[in-house]
Write a protein that binds this ligand. Structure first.
Ligand SMILES: Nc1ncnc2c1ncn2[C@@H]1O[C@H](COP(=O)(O)OP(=O)(O)OP(=O)(O)O)[C@@H](O)[C@H]1O
Ligand SMILES: [Mg+2]
Length: 281
């Protein structure tokens, strides 16, 4: 590559970065939800934290689904029928306002229900950049971004483009997740991104017959793990069958079960995250 074309590429990158910065100018905090292991509940935690910020603190929230191949944020939220609005002339996308104060963007809206989303590395990267460049979030207190498992193109592209407050790691209390948490922590260190804390999901459940608390994956290890690596422990969330019941009914769990013990646990976790974010201001 000649020196001149190298400079050209660099200035194009700079331009994209500035455009994204401008789009996110009025979004106060940015949080990435990550885990190396699949299926531990990142999306469930992301959507319910977003809804909890709205329901318990009256915050304006942006929820961005960066899972390009398996976008399911609108579905997990229980609200997939409200869609974003596109202004083609201005090249602007206005996110779906799925409940008052909650704005959502996801590849989910762009793909037909059963079609696989086939995008290779460079296309995926430019898709994520384009969404960040085009989405007008308006004024938001916090943006929560959900990712596929692992440390691939999606999270790398996002962290390159968006200055985040930090990463929240979601785990489940099984030994396989433990290994993956360590990887996620080393990834954050490598990229010099702060870890805001660890959430242990599906930590326990209440027996529907006798109310006894059961630990389906065995003893909780999240707090011990967080202490070992010296990051905040944000809380234990129960396995609650009403979460998938709510998804099936097309209602956001937090609103549908606002007074449930599980919603209260989400409230506690959001309170801790909020305290950490506010301390950074
Ligand atoms: N606390 C919970 N209580 C009940 N069900 C849960 C809970 N957390 C997650 N689930 C269920 O577990 C399954 C996996 O959750 P989810 O899709 O949120 O995980 P994920 O980490 O985002 O997965 P992926 O790695 O594929 O993105 C879903 O069916 C979800 O409804
Ligand atoms: Mg997910």
């Amino acid at each position: 590559m000649s020196e001149e074309s190298g400079e050209h590429v660099e200035s194009a990158f700079e331009k994209v970065k500035v455009e994204i910065e401008n789009r996110l100018k009025f979004v106060n905090h940015k949080v990435a939800i990550l885990s190396n292991k699949g299926g531990v509940g990142k999306t469930t935690v992301a959507v319910n934290l977003a809804a909890a910020f709205v329901a318990f603190y009256g915050m304006d929230v942006a929820l961005l689904d960066v899972d390009v191949h398996g976008p399911n944020v609108p579905k997990a939220l229980g609200l997939s029928n409200v869609i974003p609005r596109v202004d083609e002339e201005k090249n602007v996308v206005y996110p779906a306002i799925v409940m008052p104060r909650l704005a959502v963007m996801s590849m989910y809206y762009m793909a037909k229900d059963d079609d696989p989303i086939v995008l290779r590395g460079p296309l995926k990267t430019s898709y994520i950049s384009s969404v960040l460049q085009a989405t007008d979030w308006g004024r938001r207190d916090v943006l929560i971004a959900d990712f596929p498992p692992g440390t691939g193109d999606e999270i790398l592209t996002f962290l390159q483009e968006v200055p985040v407050d930090g990463i929240v790691i979601v785990t489940a209390p099984d030994p396989l997740s433990e290994l993956d948490v360590k990887k996620a922590i080393n990834f954050s260190k490598m990229l010099e991104v702060e870890i805001l804390g660890i959430i242990e999901n599906m930590s326990y459940m209440r027996c529907p017959h006798c109310e006894e608390l059961i630990e389906p994956f065995g003893e909780s290890i999240g707090e011990e793990m967080a202490n070992k690596v010296d990051v905040p422990f944000l809380g234990r969330l129960p396995f609650d069958p009403n979460i998938s019941r709510s998804v099936r009914e097309g209602k956001p769990f937090i609103l549908n079960y606002l007074d449930s013990p599980t919603a209260k646990e989400f409230e506690k976790v959001t309170k801790k995250i909020l305290a950490i974010l506010t301390a950074k201001e």
